[in-house]
Design a protein around this ligand. Sequence first.
Ligand code: HEC
Ligand code: HEC
Ligand code: HEC
Ligand code: HEC
Ligand code: HEC
Ligand code: HEC
Ligand code: HEC
Ligand code: HEC
Ligand code: HEC
Length: 300
Amino acid sequence: MADKHDDPTPNAGESLVTAEPLDASGPAAEAGDRPHDGEGTPTPSHRRRWLMWAAIGLVALVVFLLVLPVFSTLHPNYYRRYPGLGERMDNWAHSTHSKVGCSGCHVDPGARGFLTFAARSIPAFYSQLFQGASSTNLLRAPDREACQKCHTTYRTVAPSGDLRIPHRAHVVVLGMECKTCHKNLVHSPNRRGFNRPEMEDCLTCHDGDTASNECSDCHTDKAAPENHAQKNWPEIHGQMAEKIDCAKCHDWTPDYCENCHKQRPASHTATWKTDHASHAKTRGKGCLVCHDEEFCKECH
Ligand code: HEC
Ligand code: HEC
Ligand code: HEC
Ligand code: HEC
Ligand code: HEC
Ligand code: HEC
Ligand code: HEC
Ligand code: HEC
Ligand code: HEC
């Protein structure tokens, strides 16, 4: 009876069904009698439900806006709209790692790796939306931890057998990243059309100062060709240059030929100034490897 008096709504007494839930005053109370509520004006329960759906909608939107970047930036098609990047994704599709998804390399292992990736990809995605893709908002080159999910560092020779490449020495001892050498692994071929590291990459350190640069330190079967061992090689190498592709080995060292040609050759003895006539007659063209015609004209 007390219920009836306390209830302020006019239709409170309508049924005993309402009395019970109101008494309980829990969430169940809201469920019971909505159809009988006053016309037009939303009740508190009505509003609460609306708010709840609005909140759910908002949360869903936020989740969507957060998840969208994470998935998009890890999808090859996403990059097709940007000049040049589509081609880099096609290279991936034809690479040895075509079966390794983007996250395989671009997300570090573990939950922490994923969160770090998410934290980076979200601002990157929205900045791309407004400013386009730039080198600062693209995926970063993978860390070695990502590669080490699948590869060890125990490798010491290239599959060809020709090349010594102690991985532990460089990765563990020197702390190098895989990408420093394997920068053409997936998204681009190197200058020579392969995905392998190039000798140039090594020579930045292996310059004879920081690290050794003897051919035999790295190559097991790229010794100088036999003709180099001939006694008269210094004299005949110029003629051989017309028959053999010297650049195959020597273009790795810039100015290899030119630097040596700046040295005064043994043929230029003390009396060369007046002796050179006979040489010049037989090997006239050879002189021009080191001299230009202007030089000769100074006296002739
Ligand atoms: C096997 C490892 C590997 C896989 C798999 C891989 N990448 Fe990469 N990615 C790299 C490396 C290494 C670099 C840095 C060197 C470079 O730019 O080529 C890189 C660079 C990038 C860059 C920066 C490119 C630039 O021009 O600065 C983007 C974007 C990228 N990857 C997207 C992707 C997407 C999308 C996928 C999946 C389709 C993918 N990657 C799969 C290794 C990988
Ligand atoms: C999800 C596993 C996985 C990840 C991550 C991965 N690789 Fe590989 N990688 C492979 C597999 C599998 C092969 C062998 C493919 C074959 O032989 O056909 C391979 C082959 C290679 C090769 C030899 C083939 C070639 O194209 O030269 C190199 C080098 C290599 N991976 C380096 C890397 C580097 C560097 C990274 C990190 C940027 C990396 N991999 C990340 C699985 C992986
Ligand atoms: C100092 C440069 C350098 C670094 C750093 C380096 N590599 Fe290599 N790696 C090479 C070279 C050079 C080869 C031989 C490539 C060839 O001739 O096929 C090679 C070969 C490989 C191969 C075998 C290739 C094949 O065809 O089977 C794998 C796999 C590989 N590296 C993975 C890695 C991973 C993973 C890392 C990082 C943990 C790494 N490398 C770091 C230079 C490097
Ligand atoms: C970041 C600098 C750096 C780069 C890049 C680098 N190395 Fe090295 N490497 C070193 C250092 C330092 C040593 C140890 C000193 C030495 O032996 O001269 C070394 C040692 C070596 C050794 C052992 C030499 C010996 O005396 O037994 C080989 C082989 C080698 N590197 C091959 C390579 C190859 C192949 C590449 C390119 C794919 C390369 N390195 C790229 C720094 C580098
Ligand atoms: C620090 C290591 C290192 C040193 C020192 C080095 N190379 Fe290389 N060389 C490489 C790497 C790495 C490659 C690329 C590997 C590949 O193509 O498989 C290469 C590739 C080559 C190639 C082209 C590959 C081919 O078979 O056509 C030639 C030629 C060559 N080297 C000659 C030399 C000569 C000559 C010297 C001495 C003047 C030398 N290299 C010293 C690491 C080295
Ligand atoms: C060790 C030093 C040295 C290097 C390295 C060198 N040259 Fe020479 N080159 C000489 C000398 C010395 C002569 C002069 C020979 C003479 O007067 O008998 C010469 C002469 C020549 C001539 C003229 C030959 C003639 O008929 O008179 C040619 C062509 C030539 N070199 C090409 C090359 C090329 C190409 C390279 C690089 C692949 C090269 N040289 C590297 C020392 C060198
Ligand atoms: C297969 C690789 C290869 C080819 C091809 C090659 N060379 Fe060499 N050459 C070498 C190597 C290795 C050395 C040793 C130099 C060093 O250790 O830096 C060398 C050294 C030389 C030297 C210096 C010799 C000295 O006494 O210092 C000359 C000159 C030379 N080469 C000229 C040529 C000429 C000219 C050609 C083309 C006709 C040629 N090379 C082709 C690998 C090659
Ligand atoms: C390997 C490179 C090289 C070749 C090949 C070469 N010269 Fe020279 N020549 C030099 C150098 C270096 C000097 C010294 C230049 C200087 O001191 O400014 C020189 C100086 C000279 C001089 C100046 C006189 C002197 O004693 O200083 C004459 C003349 C000359 N060369 C003529 C020739 C003739 C003729 C030939 C061909 C038969 C020839 N050179 C081939 C490198 C070369
Ligand atoms: C420093 C001055 C000087 C330079 C530079 C010089 N020559 Fe001569 N050259 C002479 C003299 C002096 C003679 C005469 C020597 C003699 O008495 O036979 C001569 C003689 C010659 C002869 C023979 C003359 C003839 O008409 O029979 C030839 C060929 C020749 N030089 C070629 C060259 C060439 C090629 C060069 C450039 C690479 C060159 N000279 C640079 C001073 C020079």
